[in-house]
Design a protein. Sequence first.
Length: 181
Amino acid sequence: MGIHKPVAGFINHLVPKVYDLFKAMSPDAPVYRGNWALFHDLDGALDLYTPSGHVERNEKAKEYAYQGEKTGRDLMFRAEYQTLRKLAKSGAIVFSIRTYQFYLEDFKTYPRNEAECLIKAIETVHPDFIPYKAMPCWKDASLKYLRENVLGLGRSGTKWKDIALFFGGSIAVLGVALLVG
């Protein structure tokens, strides 16, 4: 029984390492790993099932355009905590997944470094995994949302709140003067 169709990046880069890991595992040392994804086509945090599979779903997916605050309710972040445990008698390996899903806007309630880490993860995905994660559909919108709406960064990466605190009310006066003058 499979979890989903083969993933090119996994086949090309990880299969030999995974087989070596399986051989070396012992029953008293489970292995843990994490995985993440972003989705723009879920019906909510409890929508976990993809009957058609990732490949077919991603081929049909359309690009999601940034829509300001609405983007935070349209894009869903999924974190998976996966456990592999080798059984002592049979040597079989049991694979379990614990899945957490929440809206991208929820990153506003987490420590700042959580959003910064997700941005870095999105920007550094290996090219072989981009189709599997359907990144062309959501990458630009998610990065813009995380930077502008969660972290409060402007286009250049400047944090507008920090500028306002530094200049106090004079930044608003300067803005009005530029508009009027």
